[in-house]
Design a binder for this molecule. Structure first.
Ligand code: SF4
Ligand code: SF4
Length: 544
C-alpha cells in the first residue's frame, strides 16, 4: 500500500466547516491544496487494493466536517470516512493491518453506538446504529409519550435535555440531517421549557404536538413534523426521516463518550401508593422496584408492561426490566380493563363473531385510517365469520395497523376486540407471506382527522383509570438489586450469545452478550459488577 507523504506521527485536525488543517506540531495549513493533499492521501489509503476495509465503512475518531462530507459525497463508497484528529500512524495501523476489526482504536459514531448496545428505548428495540448508517434530511426525537399514566420521557427531558440535544446533533451529523426536531406535547410544560432552553443557540428545534393518542405513532409523528406520509408498510427513512425515542438519543450521546447502555428509565404507575419514575440497572425485576413506588394497593396485581394501550399483560412480578421497558401500569385483576385484556383469545374472537354489527366506529377512529391508509378493522372483524373463503382478503385490511389499541379500548361501542383481530390477521399474513394486494390510492389524510383525535384525558376516562392519573416524580437515589435477570434478546434482530459462563466475575459495563457475526442485534453489557450465577439460552443471571 502506498504510504502517505507525511510523518507517521503527524496529526490531522480539521474543524467542522473549516478548510484548514492543523498538524500535531501545531502548524495550521489553510491552503486548500494542502487540505486536498491530505484528503487525497487518506482516500488513496482507504481505497488501496491492499486495504482490508476497501469499500466498507472506514473507522474514525471523533466527528465529521464539511470538507470531508463534500469528499464523501463525491466518493459514495466512502460515505463513512469521518476523520478528525486522525493520526497517520493510526491510519496505518487500522487500514494496513489484515487483522483490522471493529475493536480498532478509531471509531465513528455508528460504531460507538453499536459497541454501546444502544437500541430504540421507546419500546421498539431497533438497533440504533443501523438507523444512524442511513442518510436523511430530518431527524426527529419522539417525545410524544402518549401511553396514559407513563412519564419517563417527560422526566428525561426535564433532567437530561442537554444530553438529548447533543445526542441529536451527533446523530444528525451522522445521517446528514439539517432539520433536527424534538416532538413534545405542549401540555408537558416543564419538559418543553427544559428542551427549549437546551436548544438555544443550537440547530435543534422543538415542535409542539397535540395532546391526543397516538401522537407518538411514527407515521403520525412524521406527518405532523414534515407533512410527509410514509409509504404504506414503509419506514420513516423512505421519506427522509430518522425517528428515535428521547432516551435513545440520550444513550447515543453517552455512547459517544464510551458509556454503554446498562440502565433504563421507566415509570411505575397504577395500583401503587406513590407512582414514580426511576432509573434502574437492566435486569432488575418489577418486584424489586415496587418498594420505590410505596408498594402495591392491590392483593391481586396484573401488570401491563409498556402501558395500558400497547403493553404486554402479565401477572409475573419477576419479569425483568429490559432496554425497551418504558414503564408499567399495575391494576387489580378485577379492574374492567384487565378483565377485558385477560379474556382468552378464543373468547374474544367468539364474541366478535357473534356481536359485531359492522358499525365501523373502529375504522372511523383508527389513526392510520384517518391518515389515509388502507386500515379498516371492521372489515377484519368480518373475517372472524369466515373460515377459508375470503379470510385472506379481509385480513389484509389489518396490514398497516400499528396495534395502537384505540379501536378495542376506545372506539368499539360493543367492547369487542378489533385490535386483537388485526394482530391475529397480521400474524396470519406473515405466516402465509401475504402482503397488501388491495388498491393503493394516493394517500390523503381524512378530512375529519383533526376532529377525531382522541384526547388523552378522554381516553383515561374511558379506561376507568382517572384515579391513577397522578404525577410520577423522579426517584434520584441509586438502585442496585442483589440479583439481575438479563434477557439475551432485548432488541429487534437475533438474540445475543452469552460471552460469559456461570462462575465468571464481571465488571460494570463489561460485554456479556453479542449477536453472531453479521446478524442484526445489540451488544449486552453487565449493568453492575458481580458474579454470573447462571446462563441459559434465554438469560444471564448476575448476582452482586
Ligand atoms: S366498532 Fe365494534 S361493533 Fe362496530 S364494526 Fe368495529 S368491532 Fe364491530
Ligand atoms: S389497533 Fe385498531 S385503531 Fe389502532 S391502528 Fe390498528 S386497527 Fe387502527
Amino acid at each position: 500500500m502506498k504510504l502517505p507523504q507525511f510523518s507517521k506521527t503527524s496529526k490531522l485536525k480539521i474543524s467542522p466547516g473549516s478548510h484548514s488543517v492543523t498538524t500535531s506540531n501545531g502548524r495550521q495549513h489553510t491552503s486548500q491544496s494542502v487540505v486536498n493533499r491530505w484528503l487525497a492521501t487518506l482516500v488513496s489509503m482507504a481505497t488501496s487494493d491492499d486495504c482490508p476495509q476497501n469499500g466498507q465503512e472506514i473507522v474514525a475518531q471523533t466527528s465529521t466536517c464539511k470538507t470531508y462530507l463534500s469528499l464523501i459525497e463525491a466518493q459514495p463508497f466512502l460515505h463513512r470516512l469521518f476523520l478528525i484528529d486522525f493520526t497517520v500512524e493510526a491510519a496505518h495501523t487500522v487500514l494496513a493491518s489484515p487483522k483490522v476489526s471493529g475493536d480498532s482504536l478509531l471509531m465513528n459514531l455508528v460504531e460507538k453506538v453499536r459497541q454501546a448496545g444502544v437500541v430504540g428505548a421507546g419500546g421498539g428495540g431497533f438497533p440504533a446504529h443501523v438507523k444512524l448508517a442511513a442518510r436523511a434530511d430530518t431527524l426527529i426525537a419522539n417525545g410524544a409519550e402518549c401511553e396514559p399514566l407513563l412519564h419517563k420521557d417527560a422526566v428525561l427531558m426535564e433532567t437530561e435535555a442537554a444530553a438529548l440535544v447533543r445526542g441529536m446533533q451527533l446523530a444528525a451529523e451522522a445521517v446528514g440531517a439539517k432539520d433536527i426536531v424534538i416532538g413534545i406535547k405542549g401540555k408537558k410544560k416543564h419538559a418543553v421549557e427544559a428542551a427549549t432552553e437546551a436548544c438555544k443557540g443550537t440547530n435543534v428545534r422543538v415542535h409542539l404536538l397535540g395532546d391526543y393518542y397516538p401522537a407518538g405513532d411514527e407515521y403520525d409523528l412524521v406527518y405532523e413534523v414534515t407533512k410527509r406520509l410514509i409509504p404504506p408498510g414503509g419506514i420513516p427513512i423512505q421519506v427522509g426521516a430518522v425517528v428515535n425515542n428521547i432516551e435513545t438519543f440520550i444513550n447515543i450521546a453517552h455512547a459517544a463518550d464510551g458509556k454503554p447502555v446498562t440502565h433504563k428509565m421507566l415509570t411505575i404507575a397504577g395500583a401503587v401508593n406513590s407512582p414514580v419514575t426511576l432509573r434502574v440497572p437492566i435486569g432488575t425485576t418489577y418486584r424489586d422496584v415496587l418498594g420505590f413506588a410505596g408498594g402495591l394497593t392491590t392483593n391481586d396485581p396484573v401488570l401491563t408492561i409498556g402501558g395500558l394501550m400497547m403493553g404486554q399483560t402479565t401477572d409475573d412480578l419477576d419479569s425483568p426490566i429490559t432496554k425497551t421497558s418504558t414503564g408499567v401500569v399495575i391494576l387489580p385483576r378485577d379492574h374492567h380493563v384487565m378483565e377485558r385484556k385477560l379474556k382468552p383469545a378464543k373468547v374474544q374472537a367468539h364474541i366478535g363473531k357473534s356481536a359485531c354489527d359492522q358499525c365501523r366506529y373502529c375504522t372511523e377512529y383508527c389513526p392510520r385510517f384517518l391518515l389515509g391508509y388502507a386500515v379498516e378493522p371492521h372489515q377484519v372483524m368480518r373475517s372472524l365469520a369466515f373460515t377459508e373463503t375470503g379470510a385472506d382478503y379481509w385480513n389484509q385490511w389489518a396490514a398497516m395497523c400499528c396495534s395502537c389499541g384505540l379501536c378495542t379500548l376506545y372506539a368499539c361501542p360493543e367492547e369487542l376486540f378489533p385490535k386483537e383481530a388485526c394482530d391475529d390477521s397480521k400474524a396470519e399474513m406473515r405466516r402465509k407471506s401475504l402482503k397488501w394486494t388491495g388498491p393503493t390510492p394516493d394517500i390523503k389524510p381524512h378530512g375529519m382527522r383533526d376532529g377525531r383525535h382522541v384526547p388523552i384525558k378522554t381516553l383515561t376516562r374511558k379506561l376507568h383509570v382517572e384515579k391513577y392519573d397522578l404525577p410520577a416524580p423522579l426517584y434520584s437515589g441509586k438502585i442496585e438489586p442483589g440479583r439481575l435477570v438479563i434477557p439475551l434478546k432485548q432488541s429487534a434482530g437475533t438474540p445475543c450469545l452469552s460471552k460469559v459462563k456461570a462462575g465468571d466475575r464481571v465488571s460494570a459495563g463489561q460485554i456479556i452478550g453479542e449477536t453472531a457475526p453479521n446478524q442484526m442485534g445489540a451488544i449486552l453489557h453487565a449493568p453492575l459488577a458481580g458474579k454470573i450465577s447462571g446462563v441459559t439460552e434465554q438469560q444471564i443471571i448476575l448476582e452482586r
